[in-house]
Write a protein that binds this ligand. Structure first.
Ligand code: BG6
Length: 257
């Protein structure tokens, strides 16, 4: 019997509460793609900062993991570019999403990183966190509503690549947010939109995130249970920013009955 069928909601740490939906981030929660995003961002920014330093005759200061976690992680593509550059005192013209990847604009840099991200997943494929999938399937079988909320415009193609387009009833991703004019994480709007589409009050929903801006969205959206997945942000930081529970993997919440 697949693990998922052994997981009624009463098997979870929050049983007893009046919860009926699970709303998950994608990268780093369902698929092991957060690290691919992080590497693609590092390659992009190191190359850009190195070129800029050579041009200006200033020292090259590389992009660090802390830069990623503090300024880029979990945010929509162009917000990440803008916020990180601002932290280094750099302002570039915004440009346009149709910009050439070589354009020295916020959108151009973001588009360059997107090419790198897609090259890596084309080459290496995408790994799925099987325990997370089992938990979501188990809850769905027990009648819970399900949604995915991702800042990424690659959310659909990533789910398709691993055959999981049917895992969630509702998807609010980077493309949806841009079309609907919703502000990205840390604003709670994309999570609240998912709850609205599921017709579930936020306080009756569990939300799951690995990024600091993500748990902040859950906290500010008033979600019933905010689960933090620690993939580098740190359990204390996730808790300080809104997580009620922190685990290493969503599958850790599965219990054998
Ligand atoms: O894939 P896109 O549209 O460039 O989205 C970017 C972002 O997508 C998120 O899901 C990641 O957690 C971020 O760290 C990433 O930067």
């Amino acid at each position: 019997m697949p693990i998922a069928t052994r997981v009624p909601p009463s098997a979870l740490p929050w049983s007893g509460e009046d919860l009926s939906a699970i709303i998950c981030d994608l990268d780093g929660v369902i698929t092991d793609t957060a690290a691919v995003h992080a590497t693609a961002w590092k390659d992009l920014f190191d190359e850009y900062l190195r070129t800029r330093a050579a041009r200006d005759g200033t020292p090259f200061v590389p992009f660090t993991e802390a830069d990623y976690l503090d300024h880029v992680d979990g945010k929509p593509r162009y917000d990440g570019v803008r916020d990180f550059l601002a932290a280094r005192g750099i302002t570039l013209p915004e440009g346009d999403p149709g910009d050439d990847p070589d354009a020295e604009t916020v959108c151009g840099l973001g588009n360059r990183k997107n090419m790198a991200f897609n090259d890596v997943i084309d080459r290496d494929g995408v790994t799925v966190f099987e325990g997370a999938v089992a938990l979501v399937r188990g809850l769905a079988e027990a009648g819970w509503r399900t949604a995915v909320v991702s800042s990424s415009k690659n959310c659909g193609p990533v789910l398709e690549r691993v055959g999981l387009t049917d895992l969630f009833e509702v998807r609010v991703d980077g493309l949806y947010a841009a079309a609907a004019g919703l502000p990205g994480k840390p604003a709670p709007d994309t999570y609240l939109e998912a709850a609205r589409l599921l017709k579930v009050a936020p306080e009756r929903a569990v939300m799951v995130e690995d990024a600091i801006v993500g748990v902040q969205s859950g906290r500010d959206g008033g979600f019933g249970v905010v689960v933090g997945i620690d993939r580098g942000a740190g359990a204390d930081s996730l808790r300080d920013n809104g997580a009620h529970i922190v685990v290493k993997d969503l599958g850790d919440l599965l219990r054998d009955n």
